[in-house]
Write a protein that binds this ligand. Sequence first.
Ligand SMILES: *[C@@H]1O[C@H](CO)[C@@H](O)[C@H](O)[C@H]1NC(C)=O
Ligand SMILES: *[C@@H]1O[C@H](CO)[C@@H](O)[C@H](O)[C@H]1NC(C)=O
Ligand SMILES: *[C@@H]1O[C@H](CO)[C@@H](O)[C@H](O)[C@H]1NC(C)=O
Length: 360
Amino acid sequence: MASFELCFFFILSSPVLFLAAVESCGGSCGDQDIRFPFKLTNQPEHCGYPGFDLSCKDSQAILTLPSSGKFTVQSIDYTDQTIWLNDPDHCVSKRLLKSFTLSGSPFQARFPQNFTFLNCSSDGTSAGWGPFGIVDSCLSNGNYTVVATPTDFYSDYGAYGPLQSCSEIATVVAPVLWPVWSDPSMGIKLTWKEPNCRSCERRGGTCQFASNSGLDVGCAGGLSNGISKGVKYGLIFGLGVPFLFILGITFFLRHNIRGRYQSSSANTDTISSSVALGSASAVKGLDGQTIESYPITVLGVSRRLPKPSDNTCSICLGEYQAKETLRTLPDCQHYFHADCLDEWLRLNGTCPLCRNTPEV
Ligand SMILES: *[C@@H]1O[C@H](CO)[C@@H](O)[C@H](O)[C@H]1NC(C)=O
Ligand SMILES: *[C@@H]1O[C@H](CO)[C@@H](O)[C@H](O)[C@H]1NC(C)=O
Ligand SMILES: *[C@@H]1O[C@H](CO)[C@@H](O)[C@H](O)[C@H]1NC(C)=O
């Protein structure tokens, strides 16, 4: 009997004991939670991984990249292992154009994307650029507009529409926030491979160095420690009822935990990788077969289209001519030249006008 009680005591108290041991680490800056692998510069060495030091100034966490200088921390996602950074002066593009590099840091770009920055003489800081590029307001002024456009899009469409009148400033690899058509001035998103604390974070554990020397990390505590939610609730519920019942559950668990433990930790990994795949495929372009399934219209001599469409393709800005082939997006009923739209959807997968993703 006593051994069962002891067993419960250990199951419930071990995470608490582990957490108490590392309590001196961890902290916050403003409302940013800071914990392993990050630490504040004034915390002990063992609290953070090399290269992950943050300073805290006026409640704002700051990361200094060895070759590219100081960036403010917008947020850290410990489970996804990503950090969203911004320029202290809110002009990320300026930093990217000034020989930005991650070398010497433990970070990589989460979604690297080639962007071409263009200096367009036209005024009109936001109007008219639509699907052609993203106006960078911090580099633009009343006399010229600086536009960022994905490089592969620019090499296909640079000769059309308003981009023709622009001159190239530079092409850079921008570590943007989202995989496609992401505004580089929103900030940059970095990730890290080492140390890998993903599974520890996912089950609520504390990631920390495994020993006093070396860079191996381990996971302390985490109430669910790989056990599925069902079993966890079973444990909590079991404590509230008479001891005999506890005895019964203990028996049950002793026979079942091992099997569930193994299958549930395998499940967690499968789930997370399928989620990752799902989110990656949700934003990329559409395949040829899907695009082909959208309705085609061959314009008659009257060139009449259903309201509210006008007579210009917003992708290439060309006016529709009789006998030209147009394609419609079924959800939003927007018309475009079939050639222009097909190319666009292969890159983007959303309607250039309303940014809806067509239902597949
Ligand atoms: C960016 O462009 C370079 C040179 O053309 C190419 O090697 C690289 O793969 C591109 N990167 C991305 C993320 O598209
Ligand atoms: C854009 O071009 C104008 C002249 O056409 C120049 O004065 C200006 O400095 C350029 N801006 C940038 C950011 O390159
Ligand atoms: C635009 O150009 C004019 C004349 O070159 C100059 O006086 C004005 O200061 C410039 N505006 C801005 C916002 O730089």
